[in-house]
Design a protein around this ligand. Structure first.
Ligand SMILES: [Zn+2]
Length: 194
């Protein structure tokens, strides 16, 4: 599979997973957010060079990734508990209380749309979280593969969109720019684009 990176990361940057000649690390912004982000990433995403959640974690100090579905490592749903924790998911089961304060912490599911739906089916704690829904992105956005969200966003775009909504465009803008740069580099590593 083209986007799967060899486990030894031969010739690739161990942080951004891009080929060393295209390493993006020096250009990753530091985006300070009020909201804490917890990305629940399907374990099959872990080694993919096209995984945009990795970029979010590099750019946002208050962003952390935990793995879901790793063989022999049960998911600890207790980490989803917490005051003012919402789920970024178009089909969230719960609506926020009318007039509720904005979330202090946002859970983001990272995987294919089917993987994300199954996570919600299998982890009851996800279904108890109030959902944050975003307006769809512009249809002309470039992407590396079929987006994980039915609205057509990569995980990094979805995070940028959520932060634009919660904290303002100035917080989201460096993340959208990072998404563009990542796409350029991945396409360049495949010998086209730029
Ligand atoms: Zn790098």
């Amino acid at each position: 599979m083209r986007s799967r990176t060899p486990e030894d990361l031969a010739g690739r940057c161990p942080r951004c997973f891009l080929p060393l000649s295209l390493c993006l690390c020096a250009e990753v912004p530091c985006v300070t957010t009020r909201t804490e982000l917890l990305i629940v990433r399907h374990h099959k995403e872990t080694l993919k060079s096209t995984n945009t959640a990795r970029m979010a974690e590099l750019a946002v100090p208050r962003c952390r990734i935990v793995s879901y579905g790793s063989p022999g490592a049960p998911f600890d749903a207790a980490m989803l508990e917490g005051e003012d924790t919402w789920l970024l998911f178009p089909d969230a089961h719960q609506a926020p209380e009318p007039g509720a304060a904005l979330p202090k912490r946002l859970i983001i599911l990272d995987g294919s749309w089917g993987q994300a739906r199954r996570m919600v089916q299998r982890v009851p704690a996800l279904r108890r979280l109030p959902g944050l829904k975003l307006p769809p992105p512009p249809p002309d956005s470039r992407r590396l593969r079929r987006p994980p969200h039915p609205d057509g966003m990569s995980t990094l775009e979805a995070i940028a969109g959520a932060l634009a909504h919660l904290e303002g465009e100035q917080v989201a803008e460096p993340l959208y720019a990072l998404h563009e740069r990542m796409i350029e580099r991945v396409l360049a590593s495949r010998g086209r684009g730029l």
